[in-house]
Design a protein around this ligand. Structure first.
Ligand code: SAM
Ligand code: SF4
Length: 327
């Protein structure tokens, strides 16, 4: 039994998000610039052994029970199933967020290595719009990836949709129908000011209330009590599944946030919107002990703020974009 990792607001942290790479085979307009993304040099990226060691310290010292792999695009990291097997051996609930484009090839290997849950991001079901949004003509591959994930037995398979006003907000009902037909859980995410171009404006956010009202008018819904998940769930009254909505802007879940994030180059961040991070890679490569790693983690989490202030004038955008922090 470890010591709970508590911040000054009493929140206990047990959920680790690991960005395994900042590279990506897509260039989503709300996440990366089309050109000129400087990838972190390989030698600065944590090795699998380094990632495993940090994860083990969090599990053994602080009872972390949940790990999610993300990026960048985690599936572009070579030999990813080897890392999955190492982390699965820690006995945690292991999940991944992916753009899904290569899951048709990798889903079975990832499942065999011990990955249990998967979230696949897809922001349009229309090929031309998908191309505009991701700058890749890969809708067919992603749809095949979703089918491959279901066939490989991931449970649940969730589909993440970032809604943007005037861009894809006319597809809310199409996504609802997609989830109902395929038996996958669709989760709508409010667009956050973490886009690489700094073009985010509040009027581009499609709110939780609007999403739930739009879907509920077509397929009546009832709210499900919220647990430790930032997504609010709403169940279809006809029994054909549910939707999730992550009101990250209009009603952020900061009060119950139990996450810390490890960037690809080994920075520990206590919030998506944190303005600084602690350098665990330097500590590891400098011969730091597990005690020193644990102390660095404790100090970082102790300094966590009450919550982001996107809707306040004093909000400061982090210098890094979502793909660099690990979404
Ligand atoms: N490449 C993987 C993917 O796309 O699922 C994992 C990394 S991606 C940064 C993680 C999640 O962040 C995706 O669901 C993506 O849609 C979401 N995301 C990226 N930029 C965002 C933004 N500015 N606002 C809200 N969500 C965003
Ligand atoms: Fe890549 Fe994911 Fe960012 Fe899209 S959202 S550019 S797939 S990291």
């Amino acid at each position: 039994m470890g010591t709970p990792l508590v911040d000054s607001f009493g929140r206990v942290h047990r959920d680790l998000r690991i960005s395994v790479t900042d590279r990506c085979n897509f260039r989503c307009v709300y996440c990366m610039p089309e050109e000129g993304m400087d990838w972190t040099p390989r030698e600065e990226i944590l090795t699998f052994e380094e990632i495993e060691r940090i994860a083990r310290v969090l599990v053994e010292r602080f009872d972390f029970d949940s790990i999610r792999l993300t990026g960048g695009e985690p599936t572009v990291r070579a030999r990813l199933p080897i890392l999955v097997a190492k982390l699965a051996a820690l006995g945690v609930d292991l999940a991944m967020t992916t753009n899904g484009a290569t899951l048709g090839l990798m889903a079975d290997d990832l499942a065999a290595a011990g990955l249990r849950r998967i979230n696949i991001s897809i922001d349009s079901l229309r090929p031309d719009r998908f191309l505009e949004l991701t700058r890749r003509d890969a809708l067919t591959e992603v749809l095949e990836g979703i089918d491959a994930a279901v066939a490989a037995g991931f449970d649940p398979v969730k589909v993440n949709v970032v809604l943007m006003r005037g861009i894809n907000d006319d597809e809310i009902l199409d996504f609802a129908a997609f989830g109902r037909d395929k038996g996958v859980h669709v989760r709508f995410i409010e667009f956050m000011p973490l886009d690489a171009d700094g073009a985010w404006t509040a009027d581009q956010v499609v709110s939780r209330d609007e999403i739930v009202a739009t879907i509920g008018a077509a397929h009546p819904l009832e709210a499900v009590t919220r647990g430790h998940d930032p997504a609010e769930r709403h169940r279809y009254l006809d029994g054909r599944g549910d939707i999730g909505v992550i009101p990250s802007v209009t009603d952020a879940f900061c009060g119950a946030c139990d996450r810390v994030r490890l960037t690809a180059e080994g920075g520990l961040r206590n919030c998506l919107f944190a303005l600084d991070e602690v350098d665990l890679r330097g500590l590891l490569r400098g011969g730091g002990t597990d005690d020193e790693l644990a102390d660095a983690v404790t100090g970082n989490v102790a300094a966590k703020w009450a919550g982001h202030q996107i809707n306040q004038v004093q909000f400061i955008r982090p210098a890094k974009s979502m793909s660099q922090i690990g979404g």
